[in-house]
Design a protein around this ligand. Structure first.
Ligand code: SAH
Ligand code: F3S
Length: 449
């Protein structure tokens, strides 16, 4: 190691799991003597932690590597590394596409980055590690951001399902579950650092199962950690949703009654071709039971339009689910064929134009439904936790309800991040509610560092 500390810049694409992984990666590099910098211009090492879930995610990264190359032209000692799902998927092909890349590290090998970087120097050529051992998990140190109380903790990695459109099982490997003791250690570290909120993460978080705890037992134990006031989790899968999980949420006022549960399509025919492992009626059974057990439950979802063979009738079934469930938000995607996934063998036979129109119709419907439901919430009294200032600088505090609705209240002296208060909803703009504060219910005392 040279006398001067090397500087690393990390850019993260894709899901929250990548945000968590990037934290573990930065921690590993800090231990190996790297200091982190905020801009690529200052860095000796540029790392991109990437996503492969849709083609446009990959195109963005390829474009970005092209941009970052300028730093290498200016200082030839600058190294560029590609990590994550796209690295895992493309491997050496990445270097063929972008010669600037010096390092390609798949999702199970982040611990080897410092060693591989040394090899880049000693051997003078690009290095790869794409081995999938199927057991690796990462433990990122807690990072209690003074501007945000939420804190991501991965509890599973990978996925054992094989939804036919999805690249994740191939890029992130089989499902593995972190031990409850390890997870609780991370949660306690957050609480000890003054954090009050955690979000438990997994591609299919409800599939969590460990000899020492079921998912229901795990979220209960997390909610019971001293100092933790809010627990969220995502992404939920309807197939792994025993009533016990809903009972655990109902029994703990700390656990968010918000379920991000992708439906993907409202048509049983399409769900079968996607190999989602459930029918629409199974999904609706979870929704109905959740409504029964959790009075404040809110749902969000992911939907794909234009899956191979999707007819107008199939698509209309998707519109119907949207109406029947009434989502707070929906992440909607045009089907993007992923090489080597089972669906890639089916003809991508819904035209780009039809996909575009269906996507627009979904978004329109969601907007209409939400405006109607949201307007009916005006006048209600809610409890919110303050998370920060309004990013647009309009003199508001930004808060969230436990079930994940965004609320802005006027900035007031005596209120601050982490405080919980009762508010009255005044109006809705887009997905944001504006409210007036009623009374402070809990004052946040940040633990001194
Ligand atoms: N269970 C995972 C899913 C990961 S991908 C999770 O944690 O959310 C996130 C979403 O991207 C999926 O739910 C799906 O709606 C969408 N998606 C995945 N593969 C896709 C593809 N090939 N084309 C379009 N959208 C896709
Ligand atoms: Fe992908 Fe289906 Fe798993 S969407 S992450 S294979 S549950």
């Amino acid at each position: 190691m040279s006398a001067q500390k090397k500087r690393v810049y990390v850019e993260t694409y894709g899901c929250q799991m990548n945000v968590y992984d990037s934290r573990a990666i930065r921690d590993g590099l800090a231990r190996a003597g790297y200091s982190e910098v905020e801009t690529p211009a200052e860095a000796d090492l540029l790392l991109l932690n990437t996503c492969a879930v849709r083609d446009n995610a990959e195109q963005r990264v390829l474009g970005r590597i092209g941009e970052l190359q300028q730093y290498q032209y200016a200082r030839p000692e600058v190294r560029i590394g590609v990590l994550g799902c796209m690295a895992q998927r493309l491997g050496e092909k990445l270097v063929e596409k972008r010669k600037a890349v010096d390092l390609v590290v798949g999702t199970d090998n982040y611990g080897r980055i410092p060693e591989l970087l040394e090899k880049v120097e000693s051997e003078g050529r690009a290095q790869f590690d794409l081995a999938v051992d199927g057991t690796t998990t990462y433990q990122a140190p807690p990072e209690v951001d003074p501007l945000n109380n939420s804190h991501f903790i991965s509890i599973t990695r990978g996925c054992d399902y094989r939804c036919t459109f999805c690249i994740v099982p191939y890029t992130r490997g089989p499902l593995r579950h972190k031990a409850p003791t390890q997870i609780l250690e991370e949660v306690r570290a957050v609480a000890e650092g003054g954090g009050v909120e955690v979000t438990l993460l997994g591609q299919n978080v409800t599939a969590y199962r460990h000899a020492e705890a079921s998912f229901a037992q795990l979220i209960s134990a997390v909610a019971e950690v001293d100092g933790i006031r809010r627990v969220r989790f995502l992404t939920s899968h309807p197939t792994d949703f025993p009533a016990a999980t809903l009972h655990a949420i109902a029994a703990h006022p700390e656990i968010s009654p918000w379920l991000h549960m992708p439906i993907q399509s409202g048509s049983d025919r399409v769900l079968r071709r996607m190999k989602r492992g459930h029918r629409l009626s199974d999904y609706m059974a979870v929704v109905d039971l959740a409504r029964e057990l959790l009075p404040d439950v809110a749902f969000s979802t992911d939907i794909i339009v234009g899956f191979p063979g999707e007819t107008e009738e199939d698509f209309e079934a998707t519109l119907r689910v949207m109406r029947d469930v009434g989502y707070d938000s929906a992440f909607t995607f045009k089907y993007s064929p992923r090489p080597d996934t089972p669906a890639d063998r089916l003809a991508d036979d819904v035209s780009e134009e039809v996909k575009r129109v269906r996507l627009a119709r979904l978004l329109d419907l969601q907007e209409c439904l939400w405006a109607e439901r949201g307007r009916a919430m005006v006048g209600q009294e809610w409890k919110i936790a303050i998370e920060g200032t309004d990013q647009k600088g309009r003199g508001f505090w930004r808060g969230r309800t436990l079930n994940n609705r965004k609320v802005l209240i006027p900035e007031r002296p005596g209120l601050g991040i982490g405080d919980e208060l009762r508010v009255k909803v005044l109006r809705l703009e887009g997905t944001t509610f504006f409210a007036e504060p009623l009374s402070l219910t809990w004052k946040y005392d940040r633990v001194a560092a």
